[in-house]
Design a protein around this ligand. Structure first.
Ligand code: PLP
Length: 450
């Protein structure tokens, strides 16, 4: 039996894949990735695929980037793991210092965990306990946004706003105050930007006015709601949210899990609008796509409220086994070093322009309802009727059919419903980016012509 056949059979027999309808998966020939090289994924048969979604939005400087490989290898030679519960390790210390240096001013303490969901859980629990410790025990509620995604653990799901993913678990979740989020293509208020004057911010203000005395914090994905379908916010929305949080004494948690580390063209999305959140959650690109790691940053003011005598039990009773893992932190340090040495953000600017230009022609396709882009994140929303903005019926699996067509042509992408996501490694070359766009264009045309 060939190696591919043996592994494919074992894959079908033993693995339950995440966010995957396994009945469909069982019927498909699995792609089994064995190696990576720059912008390419290579399967066990040696076939190369352009990685159009950065292996779920994490790869920054490409696969098998020498400096990051080397940093991990060197750290393996020293130690792969020791706990951060009561002990420390050099990469975790150095990284915390660097993160404080590069994130918006005011964020001065780093709490590690190991993925975006836990990073958000940490922020929510920290905000909640902060209120308790300050004698503001009535401030127990959270404000989150429609269409938000903060991960799959139950606290993160509670502040999530994507019914398809979250509704089934509603009985298990804590209730939140849900604000309208901008989705200009399908404005929930039926308005058109910029004439709307960002009325959606007004609904948030209403919630704040009525409930601020009960609210611990607000959580937001700055600039782009990624998992909802790359929904971009109009300029000024984020700054408006910050202003309202300040005015009503609500802590602002910026979930930069998807948008952080250069994705929007700046190191952090908050920088675009000069926003200083009270907490910031980082994960995904933090290690350049090498290892699971998350960091929740907060202010010294919040940190200090947790200080006290041992018997006062003001401790933040939260921690994960692999919190501050030295291998992951070493990878993250090397990731940041490459940002600096390669001048990654400067190199990215013309590629962002190229992406914008390349996306233009998609707008003329009859099935393309909306094309959204912020920096190096883009989403193409496919619709059955362009005029009426009618979505395709789910059984048509339009998004999936397009990405399977692209796969045949040597490109790996993953849709969000019928939104085709484009989120390549920041290191992709201009030639590779053009190829990626060409394949996606052809794939949409082929699928919709059939
Ligand atoms: N927050 C945001 C904004 C995300 O996009 C994601 C994942 O896509 C998460 C949190 C959850 O991250 P993880 O999958 O690492 O738990």
């Amino acid at each position: 039996m060939s190696r591919h056949k043996r592994l494919a059979e074992a894959d079908r027999q033993y693995i339950w894949h995440p966010f995957t309808q396994m009945r469909d998966y069982q019927e498909m020939e699995p792609v089994i990735i064995e190696r990576g090289e720059g912008s390419y994924l290579i399967d066990i048969n040696g076939r190369r695929y352009l990685d159009g979604v950065s292996s779920l939005w994490v790869t920054i400087h490409g696969h098998c980037r020498g400096e990051i490989d080397q940093a991990v290898i060197e750290q393996v030679g020293r130690i792969s793991h020791s706990t951060l519960l009561g002990l420390s390790n050099p990469p975790a210390i150095e990284l915390a210092k660097r993160l404080v240096e590069i994130t918006p001013a005011g964020l001065e303490r780093v709490f590690y965990s190991d993925n975006g969901s836990t990073g958000c859980e940490v922020a929510l629990k920290m905000a909640f306990q902060y209120r308790q410790l300050r004698g503001e025990g009535g401030k127990t509620r959270f404000i989150s946004f429609k269409n938000a995604y903060h991960g799959d653990t139950l606290g993160a799901v509670s502040v999530g706003g994507i019914d398809l993913f979250h509704e089934a678990y509603r009985p298990l979740l804590f209730p939140v105050l849900q604000a309208e989020a901008p989705y200009c293509y399908r404005c929930p208020l039926g308005l058109i930007w910029p004439g709307c004057g960002m009325e959606c911010l007004g609904t948030l203000e209403g919630i704040m006015k009525d409930h601020h005395q009960d609210v611990a914090a607000l959580i937001i994905e700055p600039l782009v709601q990624g998992a909802a379908g790359m929904i971009t916010q109009p300029p000024g929305f984020l700054a408006g949210v910050r202003e309202l949080c300040t005015r009503y004494g609500v802590l602002m948690i910026a979930d930069e899990v998807a948008v952080g580390f250069g994705r929007t063209g700046r190191m952090f999305a908050c920088e675009h609008e000069g926003v200083r959140p009270d907490m910031m959650v980082l994960a995904k690109g933090i290690t350049g796509g090498y290892l699971p790691l998350a960091a929740t940053l907060t202010t010294e003011e919040i940190y200090k409220v947790f200080l006290g005598e041992h018997h006062e039990f003001k401790t933040f009773f939260h921690g994960h086994t692999y919190t501050g893992n030295p291998l992951a932190c070493a990878a993250a340090l090397a990731n940041l070093a490459v940002f600096k040495n390669d001048k990654t953000l400067e190199q990215l600017a013309p590629k962002i322009d190229l992406l914008s230009q390349g996306l233009e022609r998609f707008k003329d396709l009859s099935v393309v309802g909306d094309v959204r882009q912020r920096g190096f994140m883009a989403g193409i929303e496919l619709v059955a009727d362009k005029e009426a903005k009618t979505p395709f019926p789910p059984h048509e699996r339009m998004g999936i059919r397009v990405i399977l067509e692209a796969r045949k042509r040597g490109v790996i992408i993953r849709p969000l419903g019928d939104v085709i996501v484009i989120m390549p490694p920041l290191s992709i070359t201009e030639g590779e980016l053009e190829e990626l766009l060409e394949v996606i264009y052809q794939s949409i045309e082929t699928v919709t012509a059939s």
